[in-house]
Design a protein around this ligand. Structure first.
Ligand SMILES: NC(=O)c1ccc[n+]([C@@H]2O[C@H](COP(=O)([O-])OP(=O)(O)OC[C@H]3O[C@@H](n4cnc5c(N)ncnc54)[C@H](O)[C@@H]3O)[C@@H](O)[C@H]2O)c1
Length: 390
């Protein structure tokens, strides 16, 4: 048997590099763990911190080749693009304000990207990334984590099939407690940058968790927001950015919605909840019990649905990892996004034409919709909750 040379590109497996996710970071390690679940991609390089020394030390602790531990994402993009065995995709998990430049660097060098939300700080930046992706024929994923749950995929199917009729109203909320006091002053670095416009962008609460609400409703219902009226509050004294937001939305089909996101909601951990009211029934899903949801039709008893049961459609079933009753969670949801992304990228690498209709992960366009939503909320709030058209 002839062994593949070390520099030969293999088609059946992918390699990736990471920007961010260094020592003490939150989401980078979740991405790495999730990617390992399906064993389709291997981490081979990175720049894990703005501090070059810390980054190298951390990369070495992950067992990476020192020659592929870079001082900046610009150098990583350039050098990886030059290598015959350069990475297939880059994962961007820095604070929000660095997303745009990092994504642009890799795209400009012809490297595919996965970026965490919110995609960018400004809408024109997100649109530019989307155009770049299109022009270069690259694959771009945005990790709206919770869309990876099989139950969410089943709900999308049920709504599209008309099970609850035409949607009249959506009530979605995302309450958390963790910024109820000035945690940013007590050494919590995730709190420190999220409440600082230089790293977070124009919004904290809407950008950080309201963006998940916007994307989740869009994913489940397919509804597009036409206009919105938002009030962003800064409840904790001295805070520069919002920590609570109430948003009324109107969709292009005439349906209406009410979104609430909050980081000052004492008693709530990560309570993303969506209720969708149609002409024939209602669906309700709660992120802290992600394998389950309820559907009730007018005049009938409430149905309890649980992931993994035979009644789930294939589009949801194929993201099942464990039999029903064996709880799955956030790691699996992340892994499902990567599974869909890696499958699409492997098929691209194998020379197949990109087929957008087969993509089962959030795209750069979904990321751009999120940034537009955040900008509209900030604009509306600044104008006294005036209605802003998207
Ligand atoms: N999808 C989700 O559910 C989810 C959850 C949490 C965070 N996020 C998003 O992930 C991103 C990171 O959030 P976090 O909570 O992990 O932040 P964090 O502060 O815990 O980690 C950020 C990491 O990026 C590094 N970094 C900063 N600038 C860099 C640069 N220029 N080059 C290389 N490394 C750099 C930091 O050193 C740190 O290691 C944010 O955009 C956030 O909105 C998404």
């Amino acid at each position: 048997m002839i062994e593949a040379s070390k520099t030969e590109k293999r088609v059946d497996r992918l390699t990736y590099g990471m920007v961010g996710g260094g020592p003490g970071a939150f989401i980078g390690d979740v991405h790495r763990t999730a990617i390992r679940m399906d064993d389709k991609a291997t981490l081979v390089c990175g720049v894990f911190s703005r501090d070059a020394h810390k980054s190298k030390e951390f990369g070495a602790s992950l067992g990476l080749d020192p020659a592929r531990l870079y001082p900046s994402f610009e150098e990583m993009a350039r050098k990886e693009a030059e290598r015959p065995d350069g990475i297939d995709f880059a994962v961007i998990v820095t604070p929000n304000a660095a997303h745009y430049e990092a994504c642009k660097s890799f795209l400009n060098h012809g490297i595919n990207v996965v970026c965490d939300k919110p995609l960018t700080v400004e809408y024109h930046e997100a649109k530019e990334l989307a155009e770049l992706v299109e022009r270069k024929g690259l694959l771009f994923g945005v990790t709206y984590t919770y869309t990876g749950y099989p139950a969410v995929k089943q709900i999308t199917h049920l709504i599209a099939s008309g099970e609850i009729g035409d949607i009249r109203f959506v009530n979605a909320e995302y309450p958390q407690e963790w910024l109820a006091t000035r945690s940013e002053d007590s050494g919590n670095r995730q709190a420190a940058w999220r409440t600082d416009p230089a790293f977070s962008g124009k919004s904290n609460c809407v950008g950080d968790i309201g963006s998940h609400v916007e994307n989740m409703v869009a994913t489940m219902t397919g509804l597009r927001i036409q206009r919105l009226s938002a009030r962003l509050d800064k409840f904790v004294e001295g805070r520069q950015l919002d920590d609570n937001a109430t948003i009324m939305v109107e969709y292009t089909n005439g349906a209406k919605g009410l979104y609430w996101s909050s980081q000052i909601a004492i008693g709530y951990d990560n309570g993303l909840r969506v209720r969708i009211f149609g002409t024939k029934g209602t669906i309700e899903w709660f992120q802290e019990h992600p394998d389950h949801f309820t559907m009730v039709k007018l005049g009938e008893a409430t149905q309890g649905w649980s992931r993994g049961r035979d009644v789930f459609v294939d589009a949801a079933q194929r993201y099942n990892r464990l039999p029903s009753g064996h709880p799955e969670g956030v790691f699996e949801a992340f892994a499902n996004i990567y599974k869909a992304y890696a499958n699409a990228l492997l098929s691209k690498k194998a020379g197949k034409k990109l087929d957008r209709t087969a993509w089962e992960f959030p795209t750069v366009e979904a990321g751009a919709d999120g940034v537009r939503f955040i900008g509209a909320c900030v604009e509306s709030s600044e104008k006294g909750a005036a209605w802003v058209t998207l």
